[in-house]
Design a protein around this ligand. Structure first.
Ligand code: ZN
Length: 179
């Protein structure tokens, strides 16, 4: 088992390499790694650094869905728990988007405590990226649509860490404060 620092440092490096060249959706088309850093840091802060595997899984949470990374590889390089947390946060990309979105709402309450925290942090980061200071009508519609859906997913994930729930609520409030 890797030390906490090595676990997180190696997760960050693997995530950065695997998502290399990808841009995230939303404001400024930031490099994808910015999203992963934000999710990992939200988790580290919410747990006050008590759960290294959770933070590592935060770095890696999109690797199976978006890159050619497998569960086996993550289990071997990191741990069985890191691998299963990432699997829990992986959508079946063979399904249409509307079905994937519906399943996220239905499946959220069945997830492990750690996966619920990752999903909340992921939604916080994705909402923040969609908040533009001077949105076009399309950007506004995209934000509203995303926030409406994210609230339904997070409804099934809440109650683990009050601080993370509060950050999500504040982010939704901020998003809805734009006319
Ligand atoms: Zn993500």
């Amino acid at each position: 088992m890797l030390s906490a620092l090595r676990l997180i440092s190696e997760a960050a490096e693997l995530a950065a390499r695997r998502h290399n060249g990808m841009a995230r959706k939303g404001r400024g088309s930031e490099p994808y790694v910015n999203h992963l850093a934000e999710v990992a840091n939200l988790l580290a802060t919410a747990t006050d650094g008590a759960d290294a595997e959770l933070v590592a899984a935060g770095w890696l949470h999109d690797t199976i869905e978006d890159t050619d990374t497998t569960r086996e590889e993550l289990a071997q390089k990191f741990s069985e728990r890191v691998a299963s947390l990432v699997v829990e946060c992986t959508d079946d990309m063979s399904l249409p988007k509307a079905e994937r979105r519906r399943l996220q709402i239905v499946d959220a309450p069945k997830k492990s405590a750690g996966a619920k925290l990752i999903k909340i942090a992921d939604k916080i980061s994705n909402i923040r990226a969609r908040i533009h200071s001077d949105p076009t009508p399309d950007q506004h519609a995209d934000l509203t649509d995303y926030v409406d859906w994210a609230e339904k997913v997070v409804a099934g994930c809440r109650g683990g860490i009050a601080e993370l729930d509060r950050v999500f609520d504040d982010t939704v409030k901020l998003a809805r404060s734009f006319p």
